[in-house]
Write a protein that binds this ligand. Sequence first.
Ligand SMILES: [Zn+2]
Ligand SMILES: [Zn+2]
Ligand SMILES: [Zn+2]
Length: 137
Amino acid sequence: MNIHDAMTLLKEKGYKTTGKRKEILDYFSHADGYRTAKDLIQFMEKSYEGISFDTIYRNLHLFCDMGILEATELKGEKHFRIACSHHHHHHFICSDCGKTKEINLCPMDELEGALPNYIIEDHKFEIYGVCPNCRNT
Ligand SMILES: [Zn+2]
Ligand SMILES: [Zn+2]
Ligand SMILES: [Zn+2]
């Protein structure tokens, strides 16, 4: 998902494409991994002094609902990243820096045999740990 596609989607659904929303998308598209609402508010405060957590959360949830952002829980805190829109894959997520690495194997290929006669509608699979970069510091 890039900023252009996200803004188009917002417009299509009748949401205002405000400077604030663009800036939030800009932040995540450059983040290269998962970030918290706190990280985002720290960044936003530089341009929007006094921006509220309420505004931040409302936009984060809107973007998640629309599939612009993906959310996951790391160390008991919700983290967000820009959604990957290309081919189906999974992520290794570094619990230190929030960076993700694509894994192009899908465990469902193996597991479908364990659920005969069940209709599988969706699945989620994430691996958590420490990336080589964080491991060396
Ligand atoms: Zn991805
Ligand atoms: Zn890391
Ligand atoms: Zn999969």
